[in-house]
Design a protein around this ligand. Structure first.
Ligand code: NAP
Length: 384
């Protein structure tokens, strides 16, 4: 733990309401970040780590604030539990989520604002934050291109059966038919996104040059006509109908009550047999066992992504080792798609901007506000 007390879009989906807030002169800011180890010591651009502290310690301290940084987030004796009691500002990251539960919110006597260094605030009990008047802000858009690129990469990795081909080479073998038997082209496939927001739309833009048979999307609302036309995408309003038409599905919706367990054994039955599923949104949108089973039976040919229902994922998590019947179909990684060094620079700067705006009592950027004082401001979490 590091602690010190100093002396002192998609533009077309933006939200219009703004508000301002004011803070005490000297505030306690708590950040729950991941441990970067040697990598973070050697690479200062790993800003999202405990070691490099989003690059904001000296700035915060020069303003007279106390800054506590730790990766210790689990259990009743964790730094998170201890410091949440009197922190005014909480900074968390989706990559090492500090789960701010309703119980913790009840204990957080002084908490006014939560800032997600990145995108995705489902690790915070948003309903409890609304009730307690705690604002929840995120650095909207900061890593959406990073994730969209990863989605396209994961699609290609799965569809082209890349990982088994690479593993074959690494172990010294050479048997082309063994890997070609499960390799396909992205060209000519029906590709669909669940959620056509900032990331989902960027994925559609990026896969268009691969000449898919069709691009589909499933979302609460239609894209604006010009946006829809520029990627030549068609909205399908019924989820079962949507999944039954897609060869490749990518999930790009937030985790909330309406998306938790959305991809379950029942829905998987409606998928095209042998479809590929990519989830870089949130692990809990998919039922862990149902996905593993679908891969085993061939209902899914592949599953890939970087998000897990619990993070860090336990060593024996079935998604680490699951395979299709031909020994491939797994493109899982740790949660890192939205934390490239480019993304870290953007969300570290965005976090600082949000804090500065808060401390000076100015209005936050509307698109960054998930929960305002006592009210949801973003529709993305299923509230409208
Ligand atoms: P966004 O711009 O808010 O887009 C999310 C879209 O999902 C919105 O269009 C929203 O619709 C839609 N949606 C919400 N619930 C839905 C449902 N039940 N079915 C279909 N669509 C639904 O957010 P984003 O920037 O694209 O990010 C999306 C998610 O990606 C984040 O919430 C986060 O969980 C994840 N993410 C992951 C990483 C990573 O490193 N792996 C990084 C960044 C983000 P409305 O706007 O109409 O409500």
């Amino acid at each position: 733990m590091f602690t010190a007390k100093s002396a002192s879009t998609l533009a077309f989906k933006s939200i219009s309401r703004t508000f301002s807030s004011s803070a005490a002169r000297s505030s306690k800011v708590l950040a729950i970040l991941y441990k970067g180890g040697d990598a973070a010591k050697q690479e200062p651009r790993l800003l999202g780590t405990v070691e490099n502290q989003l690059g904001i310690r000296s700035w915060l301290e020069s303003q007279g604030h106390e800054f506590v940084v730790s990766d210790d987030k689990e259990g009743p004796n964790s730094d998170f539990q201890k410091h949440i009691e009197d922190a005014e500002v909480l900074i968390t990251t989706p990559f090492h989520p500090g789960y701010l539960t309703r119980d913790m919110i009840a204990k957080a006597k002084n908490l006014k604002v939560c800032v997600t260094a990145g995108v995705g605030s489902d690790h915070i009990d948003l309903n409890a934050a609304v009730e307690k008047g705690i604002q929840v802000l995120e650095v909207t858009g900061s890593n959406v291109t990073s994730v969209a690129e990863q989605v396209v990469m994961t699609m290609l990795t799965l569809v082209r059966n890349y990982t088994p081909a690479h593993e074959m080479i690494a172990r010294g073998d050479w048997q082309v038919s063994e890997v070609a038997r499960n390799a396909f082209d992205l060209e000519g496939k029906v590709i669909g996104t669940i959620g056509a927001g900032r990331i989902g739309y960027r994925v559609l833009q990026r896969v268009l040059p691969f000449e898919p048979k069709e691009l589909l999307y499933y979302d609460y609302q239609s894209l604006p006509k010009d946006a829809e036309q520029s990627v030549n995408a068609r909205r399908v309003e019924d989820l079962k109908d949507f999944v039954s038409q897609c060869d490749v599905i990518t999930i790009n919706a937030p985790l909330h009550e309406g998306t938790k367990g959305l991809i379950n054994a029942e829905l998987l039955k409606h998928f095209k047999k042998g479809a590929w599923l990519i989830n870089t949104a949130r692990g809990a949108i998919c039922d862990v066992d149902a996905v593993a089973e679908a891969l085993k039976t061939g209902q899914l040919r592949g599953y890939g992504g970087d998000v897990w229902n619990v993070q860090p994922a336990p060593k024996d998590h079935v998604w680490r080792s699951m395979k299709n019947s031909l020994g491939g179909g797994n493109a899982m990684t740790p949660h890192y798609s939205g934390t490239t060094l480019d993304a870290q620079a953007r969300y570290a700067q965005g976090t600082k901007d949000i804090l500065e705006t808060y401390f000076f009592g100015k209005a936050q950027k509307p698109a960054d506000i998930i929960v305002g004082v006592g009210k949801y401001e973003s529709s993305s979490y299923g509230k409208r």
